[in-house]
Ligand binder design. Structure first.
Ligand SMILES: NC(=O)c1ccc[n+]([C@@H]2O[C@H](COP(=O)([O-])OP(=O)(O)OC[C@H]3O[C@@H](n4cnc5c(N)ncnc54)[C@H](O)[C@@H]3O)[C@@H](O)[C@H]2O)c1
Length: 243
C-alpha cells in the first residue's frame, strides 16, 4: 500500500530542487500533488513529468494564496501542505545587509510560511486533520557569520512551526519542520562556490545530501506513520547540527 495513498499535497517551490523531489516522491507514494511556484515553464514541465498539477503562485502574496488554495481545494481537500519555497538571496554579513534585503528575505522565507498556514490550516480544521511541513534549515538553528536575514527567517520558521503545532495539536493538524543541511540543488549550484565549500567542509559526512534525502523525511511527516509527531524539528544534515 503506498504510504500517502489518495492524499492531496500542496508543495510550494516544487518547480525544482527539494520541492520538486518532494512532489515526485509524494506521487510515487500515491499522493495527488499540486505544485505552486513562480517559475512557470519549469513548474509546468515538472508537473507534466510525473503527473502533478501546476499553479502559478508567489508565496509572499496573501491574495495569491487565497485563490490558489481555494482552487486546489475544489479539486480535492488539501491533506498536506509543504512550505518549501525559499532562498538565501544574500550571503553578505550583517553590517552589509540592507534593510530592503532583510525584509525581502524574511518575507520570502518566513512570512510565506505564516501565509500558507493561515490560509490552509483553517480549512484543514474543518476537515478535522492535516499535516504541515515547513522547510527550515540548519541555518535556522546554529549561527554563521553570513546571511543574517536568512538565519533570522529560518529560525523564525522553526519557532513558528512549534507555535502552530501547539495551537492545533488537539484539533488534528500536525505541524513539523525539516532542517536540511547542504543539499545539491539548483539554488546551491547558483550560490558562491566558497559558501558551498565552507558548508560541505563543516559537514561531518563530508558531502552534500540529495533532494531525495529531504523528500524521504517529508513522506514520513506527511503520512500516518508520524501520527503522534508534532512540533518536531527533523535534521537531515549529514551530522552538521550534531557538532
Ligand atoms: N539546498 C540547500 O542546501 C538547502 C539547505 C537548507 C534549506 N534549504 C531550503 O529548502 C528550500 C528549497 O531550496 P532549494 O535548494 O530546493 O532551492 P531552489 O532554488 O533549487 O528551489 C526553490 C524553488 O522555490 C521557488 N520559489 C522561490 N521564490 C518563490 C516565491 N516567491 N513563490 C513561489 N515559489 C518560489 C523557486 O522558483 C524554485 O522552484 C528553501 O526553503 C531553502 O531555503 C535548502
Amino acid at each position: 500500500m503506498p504510504r500517502l495513498n489518495g492524499k492531496h499535497a500542496l508543495v510550494t517551490g516544487g518547480a525544482r530542487g527539494i520541492g520538486r523531489a518532494i512532489a515526485e516522491r509524494f506521487i510515487a507514494e500515491g499522493a495527488v500533488v499540486t505544485i505552486a511556484d513562480i517559475r512557470e515553464p519549469e513548474g509546468q514541465r515538472a508537473a507534466d513529468a510525473f503527473g502533478a498539477r501546476f499553479t502559478r503562485m508567489d508565496v509572499t502574496d496573501a491574495d495569491a494564496w487565497e485563490s490558489a488554495v481555494a482552487e486546489a481545494w475544489t479539486r480535492q481537500p488539501i491533506d498536506v501542505l509543504v512550505n518549501n519555497a525559499g532562498a538565501v538571496i544574500s550571503f553578505d554579513p550583517l553590517e552589509k545587509t540592507s534593510v530592503e534585503t532583510f525584509r525581502h528575505v524574511v518575507d520570502l522565507n518566513l512570512t510565506s510560511c505564516f501565509l500558507g498556514m493561515r490560509t490552509v490550516i483553517p480549512r484543514m480544521l474543518e476537515a478535522g486533520c492535516g499535516s504541515v511541513i515547513n522547510i527550515s534549515s540548519i541555518s535556522g538553528v546554529v549561527g554563521h557569520d553570513v546571511a543574517p536575514a536568512y538565519q533570522a527567517a529560518k529560525g523564525g520558521v522553526r519557532t513558528l512551526t512549534k507555535n502552530a503545532a501547539v495551537t492545533f495539536a488537539a484539533r488534528g493538524v500536525r505541524v513539523n519542520s525539516i532542517h536540511p543541511g547542504i543539499i545539491a540543488t539548483p539554488m546551491v549550484a547558483e550560490q558562491p562556490a566558497w559558501a558551498t565549500e565552507a558548508f560541505v567542509a563543516a559537514t561531518p559526512m563530508g558531502a552534500p545530501g540529495e533532494p531525495d534525502d529531504i523528500a524521504h523525511a517529508a513522506v514520513y511527516l506527511a503520512g500516518e506513520e508520524s501520527r503522534f509527531v508534532t512540533g518536531a524539528e527533523m535534521y537531515v544534515d549529514g551530522g552538521f547540527v550534531a557538532q
